[in-house]
Design a protein. Structure first.
Length: 291
């Protein structure tokens, strides 16, 4: 049995969809009664409450480990994923596929350091593990995670190339490893086929949406007061600024062959994603902290 955490989220939801489409049995851990996931045996449990986990983990052979990103603090996410690893050890799970992040590193800001700590816990658990490190997912553009200002311009302070990956390709990589068409083990940096600067991204968006999308790109020195002034939680701002510095220095710029290596298919392109999501991109709101 394969157990999915985060199956109501973006990456986990796409994996659930893929497993169901291929008729692969799986179980999904959800936090609320009444949630249905096509194709899944649904079990109610909460990673914040480890006492609810043994029932969900009973008889599980493989775990897909994936929760929300660490925002605005990392402690809850670390506690949730440590609890899942502990429950997997207790239940005799054989193999874990962990969704991490591109650039994970122990001394890094959130989310890089957060995922590095969880990767280390998994490595030290005795469980077999496969770590998938996605670059920035294209779906951020339509989820209110990429920052569009109320004027519809892109606020992108990172100043480095980003090799956006389609979350469907991330899900397909997890699918391949969990179902045995790709080998278990290793750490895989998942990217799309191309790395773009923010200026190139706004050009691609402007062309596809047939209107000029501006780029708001403050320097690193200006960033902290802007973010604080816009209401980003203080605990997160220093992490965001450090992340911007690292991305500016090329953290997310490398293009890899990992998606093709694991799935046998080339990664989906950003142009195709934008064309497919044109209508939704026209109406993306500014995030709630951008008051
Ligand atoms: N977005 C990116 O560009 C990107 C890039 C690289 C890596 N990542 C990483 O990818 C991971 C997944 O991101 P995502 O955007 O797919 O996440 P998401 O859409 O926010 O989904 C998060 C999932 O975790 C579940 N969850 C949260 N707290 C839980 C708890 N206490 N117990 C059980 N389930 C819980 C949520 O369930 P509910 O429905 O109940 O809330 C939801 O299903 C994150 O770790 C993120 O850091 C993201």
């Amino acid at each position: 049995m394969i157990l999915l955490t985060g199956a109501t989220g973006t990456i986990g939801g796409l994996l659930a969809h893929r497993l169901a489409a291929d008729g692969v049995p799986f179980r999904a851990l959800v936090r609320r009664e009444g949630v249905t996931i096509p194709g899944a045996e649904v079990v109610v449990g909460d990673l914040d409450d480890p006492a609810t986990l043994p029932e969900a983990f009973a008889g599980v052979g493989q775990l897909f480990l994936n929760t929300a990103g660490p925002y605005p603090d990392e402690e809850p996410v670390i506690a949730q994923q440590f609890a899942a690893i502990d429950a997997a050890v207790a239940a005799g799970v054989e193999h874990v596929v962990k969704i991490s992040t591109a650039g994970a590193r122990a001394d890094g800001p959130m989310p890089l350091g957060t995922h590095a700590k969880i990767e280390a816990r998994l490595a030290g658990s005795g469980l077999a593990g496969t770590v998938l490190r996605p670059n920035t997912v294209m779906q951020n553009l339509v989820r209110g995670i990429a920052i569009f200002t109320p004027d519809g311009d892109l606020f992108e302070p990172f100043g480095g190339k980003v090799a956006h990956v389609d979350a469907r390709d991330v899900a397909d990589c997890a699918f391949a490893v969990l179902t045995g068409s790709a080998p278990r083990g290793g750490t895989h940096d998942l990217t799309g086929p191309l790395a773009l600067t923010a200026a190139e991204l706004t050009t691609a968006l402007s062309t596809a949406l047939d209107r000029r999308i501006g780029l708001v790109q403050p320097g690193l020195d200006e960033l902290e007061p802007i973010l604080l002034g816009r209401g980003m939680p203080e605990s997160y701002v220093k992490h965001f600024v450090e992340l911007a510095r690292l991305v500016g220095a090329g953290l997310l710029a490398d293009v890899t062959t990992a998606v093709t290596d694991l799935t046998g298919n080339p990664p989906r392109s950003l142009d195709a994603f934008i064309a497919e999501h044109r209508d939704r991109l026209r109406g993306v709101p500014a995030p709630s902290f951008w008051a």
